[in-house]
Design a protein around this ligand. Structure first.
Ligand SMILES: [Zn+2]
Length: 497
């Protein structure tokens, strides 16, 4: 952890001894409503706010450890060419400031880490949860913002544990990161923090937003301190008196830094800035036949490099080419974009059928992770069920036969994509017996046939059976009856004898 910061802390203490006690203004320390500042033991021990200011003041001229180089090579053009910026916000949560900040960061798609004071979490747990729900990192900033260099190891452990319990009690899983109040840390404090299982994170860019500075002054204070290719962890506050002005500077900072080729990153579990890999998810709304199926792809963060994913259609109950045009494309997200679309026509097949499905498969991501590898597309049928009617027949009995059969045709106005079942009720002469039958028509076919057997009378009379449709599934019955008629053998054809 930063040797430089330790050196600065020592330098600040030495300087204070030389200067003697200094009056505290409205800095970070005195603004904090719920936080107690531990009373300094002697005049030589700095009041925390003063120390912080001294640290900040001495930051510029003191030669600093060479910042960790960022992965992105310098001098390359394009997104992230200048490296990463990480935003951090201390001393919240605050009901008046934090929710608006969460909205701003969400709109800008900028990650951030919130170093929260346990006492503040206790006062506004729902605000802490809003930060969590925004997907931001939440970390420990002690329970009551006491300078740790003045605390015993036991007290340091206690304040960190108490904050951790407070966060977890609010339903938050804090990261392993922590920031000591005022950045105050020596080797002993650092060891005590490590013993508590936490990783201290300080900052590189301090616009001193807790002073009475204007929004534009704070924005300028951040932007002028960004260094290409270096680590740029920015310190701002969402829990001090001047915080409304400080968080109001965020949109300007983000816009201008992006314009200068910086990307906004997050802190990993060691406190190192990294650029989160955006995740792509996709959805497809149900589509009617004849329209286009649209797969909406969305990134949860803008991409800063060329990123893409392969999208192809996979057959389901819907048939490629018949029901939809198959696709196999690589979808590219240009820099800064978060949305893309793949469209394919849902063909109108004139068939009455069930809702049919196929799948969009998302594979082979480059510069992305895939959040939804398979998305089901549904094609809703809009075709009405076809009408169905009956057609009878008239035949002549075979000579000498005691029975004859005729055919009843069940006919659809057009083929259906579904199996159609038609229930029939018939009355058969000459005895008037009732006949119940169901005729099924297979998908894609137009007709079903029913063979009706009729007993013939010795007297040579015409016999008939009259049918009507009782019920039809996936077809609309048109009125009318179907009559099967069998005529007697014509007199001329009767055998002689
Ligand atoms: Zn603080």
């Amino acid at each position: 952890m930063p040797l430089t910061s330790r050196a600065l802390l020592v330098a600040g203490l030495v300087l204070l001894v030389a200067l003697g006690p200094v009056a505290v203004n409205d800095g970070d320390t005195t603004d904090r409503a719920g936080a107690t500042v531990q009373a300094p033991g002697t005049a030589a021990v700095p009041t925390p706010g003063v120390l912080e200011r001294l640290l900040d003041a001495s930051r510029g001229p003191v030669p600093r450890r060479a910042p960790r180089p960022h992965r992105t090579p310098r001098g390359s053009s394009g997104p992230c060419a200048s490296g990463l910026v990480v935003l951090t916000f201390d001393d919240g949560p605050d009901r008046g400031v934090t929710p608006g900040l969460v909205r701003t960061l969400t709109d800008l798609r900028v990650p951030a880490t919130f170093f929260m004071v346990g006492r503040r979490v206790a006062a506004a747990p729902e605000v802490a949860r809003q930060v969590r729900d925004g997907g931001f990192t939440i970390a420990n900033h002690s329970f009551d913002h006491t300078l740790m260099t003045g605390q015993s190891n036991t007290a340091i452990r206690a304040t960190l544990r108490r904050t951790d319990r407070q966060l977890r009690g609010a339903g938050i899983t804090p990261s392993r990161l922590m920031r000591p109040p005022y950045g105050g840390m020596d080797r002993r404090v650092e060891r005590a923090i490590a013993a508590a299982g936490l990783v201290p994170v300080l900052w590189d860019v301090d616009p001193r937003d807790w002073e009475r500075r204007s929004t534009s002054n704070i924005a300028q204070g951040v932007l002028s301190r960004l260094r290409p290719g270096r680590r740029n962890i920015v310190l701002q506050h969402d829990g001090v008196r001047n915080s409304p002005r400080s968080v109001a500077a965020v949109p300007r900072i983000v816009r201008e830094a992006r314009r200068r080729g910086y990307c906004f990153g997050d802190l990993d579990s060691t406190g190192t800035p990294y650029l989160p890999t955006p995740q792509v998810t996709a959805t497809a709304a149900p589509t009617r036949e004849g329209k286009r199926v649209t797969l909406e792809l969305r990134l949860n963060a803008p991409t800063n490099r060329r990123s893409s994913v392969r999208v192809r259609t996979v057959e389901g109950t819907a048939t490629p080419r018949l029901d939809y045009a198959p696709r196999d494309v690589r979808v590219t997200f240009p820099r800064g974009r978060t949305r893309a679309r793949v469209r394919t026509p849902a063909r109108h097949d004139q068939l009455d059928e069930r809702t049919e499905r196929f799948t969009f498969a998302l594979t082979g991501p480059r510069g992305l992770t895939v959040g939804s590898p398979e998305v089901t597309a549904r094609i809703l049928d809009t075709d009405p069920a076809p009408t169905v009617r009956l057609r009878g027949s008239r035949t002549t009995a075979e000579p000498g036969a005691t029975s004859a059969s005729g055919t009843l045709t069940v006919r659809l106005a057009r083929p259906s994509g579904r199996q159609v079942a038609v229930r029939l009720l018939g009355r058969r002469g000459p005895d008037g017996s009732v006949v119940r039958r169901t005729v099924r028509i297979r998908p894609g076919e137009r007709e079903g046939l029913l063979t009706v057997s009729l007993p013939l009378k010795p007297g040579g009379e015409t016999v008939r059976a009259s049918f009507r449709i009782v019920r039809a599934s996936h077809a609309r019955p048109r009125g009318g009856r179907g009559v099967v008629v069998v005529d007697p053998v014509p007199a001329s054809a009767e055998p002689v004898g």
